[in-house]
Ligand binder design. Structure first.
Ligand SMILES: Cc1cc2nc3c(=O)[nH]c(=O)nc-3n(C[C@H](O)[C@H](O)[C@H](O)COP(=O)(O)O)c2cc1C
Length: 400
């Protein structure tokens, strides 16, 4: 069974209000093409309902990616207020600062939101600690999503016991299987098109289909290359319960990204991103999809020869702006993994600018985050009302 994202039985007709499930393996390119049953969506009350919207009680199956430094309370609030789920990018913020961020979010919205953590031991210590998890439990955070490493099982158990939904971002079937064994409540399928730290090799929609083979009950979100109504419609049509959107949200008014970074995302095209392991004195050797700026082009193919502990600095930034004790200046080492924000001084051509080419090809301007959510979702809604051309249209070419 795959593809039903609302858990309902399939009615037989082809009208816009239909919900139906493609049969087992029907989305597999190797299978002979059988006559296809109607789309997998329910269109109700002029919005899109999926397993995700029902579980979390939100209007749209839209989640903004947790993005360290960039996805701070204003972006979270704007997305959640627009009917999606805003995710705070926590890493590598120390636990005491997290509580202040959560209070700021709660002052701005009463709607569901989430916190994203990176599970990794970095140079300065673990990005995520038990203290972070206890803070989320005490503050009754609706969703916690983990990335990169798997969380210890007691974190998952205790978060779930407190009523928090626990999701894991997975870039392979094997990793997703291990996450499911921990008892997580949902998966984010991070395809190879996705920006940021990414080990993925499969295109986003293929990964969604493969993860659907592991679970036909839990929500699966599609991440990577989703930046407009068409790409969102494709993801939902091909079995995702929602979309998890990063690069498009960098180019939003509320994102805490440097204006020059936002502009490069707007100007960038399909071929303007690449994988690199160049960045990260703070977090060494991890593969990232970034915008192909000067430093990435210069070091392409020679990343391993870049000094792992460079002594020179490319600028300054503030790591935890707006928080008492968090405003100190940080000297960005050469090849820093930390992204430029409005506080950053220095040459952006020397910095890590996480971005997806597939997404940048779909971005034409910096817009308010709420407008992005509504336009993408209403665009997807229109396409899904008559989706038959989406059937063969998977846009799986990784043009990045
Ligand atoms: C600026 C930026 C920072 C990111 N930081 C994180 C992070 O802290 N944690 C995480 O799970 N993913 C992070 N990601 C990756 C996203 O979760 C997601 O996989 C990706 O953005 C999806 O692809 P898209 O950019 O094409 O939408 C980041 C992405 C961007 C663009």
């Amino acid at each position: 069974m795959n593809g039903t994202n609302d858990g309902r039985a399939a009615p037989p007709s082809h009208s816009a209000g239909d919900s139906a499930a493609p049969g087992e393996g029907e989305l597999d390119a190797e299978e002979p093409r059988a006559p296809r049953r109607p789309p997998i969506h329910v269109l109700e009350d002029n919005t899109l309902h999926t397993r995700l919207t029902r579980e979390l009680g939100v209007h749209y199956p839209f989640v903004s990616a947790g993005m360290a430094f960039v996805a701070l309370p204003p972006l979270v609030i704007a997305v959640s207020e627009a009917g999606g789920i805003g995710m705070l990018g926590s890493a590598p913020e120390p636990a005491p600062f997290l509580r202040a961020r959560l209070h700021a979010i709660r002052e701005g919205t009463q709607r569901p939101f989430g916190v994203n953590f990176i599970v990794e031991q970095a140079r300065a210590g673990d990005f995520t600690t038990r203290e972070h998890i206890d803070t989320c439990i005490a503050e009754k955070v609706p969703v916690v999503a983990f990335h990169w490493g798997l969380p210890p099982s007691d974190w998952v158990r205790d978060l779930k016991a407190a009523g928090t939904k626990v999701w894991v971002q997975a870039s392979s079937v094997e990793f997703a299987r291990d996450a499911l064994a921990l008892g997580v409540d949902g998966l984010i399928a991070q395809g190879r098109q996705a920006a940021g730290h990414n080990r993925g090799t499969l295109p986003t929609l293929q990964l969604v289909r493969e993860l659907r083979g592991l679970t036909d009950t839990l929500p699966i979100l599609a991440a990577g290359g989703i930046a407009d109504g068409l790409s969102a419609a494709r993801a939902l049509y091909h079995g995702a319960d929602g979309v998890w959107v990063g690069t498009r949200m960098v180019a939003s008014v509320e994102a805490y990204a440097h204006p020059g970074y936002k502009q490069r995302v707007v100007d960038g095209d399909a071929r303007d991103s690449d994988f690199t392991t160049l960045f990260g004195p703070e977090w060494t050797g991890a593969r990232q999809r970034v915008l192909r700026n000067r430093v990435v082009r210069e070091w392409a193919g020679r990343e391993a020869r870049a000094p792992s502990n460079p002594s020179d600095s490319i600028g300054t930034t503030r790591l935890y702006p707006g928080l008492t004790g968090g405003d100190a200046l940080y000297a960005l080492p050469r090849f820093s993994a930390f992204v430029p924000t409005p506080d950053t001084k220095g040459d952006l051509e020397e910095m890590a600018l996480p971005a997806s080419g597939s997404s940048m090809a779909r971005i034409e301007s910096v817009l308010p985050a709420g407008q992005i959510v509504v336009e993408m979702m209403e665009g997807a809604h229109r396409l899904l009302a008559n989706p038959y051309e989406l059937e063969t249209d998977t846009d799986e070419n990784d043009r990045s």
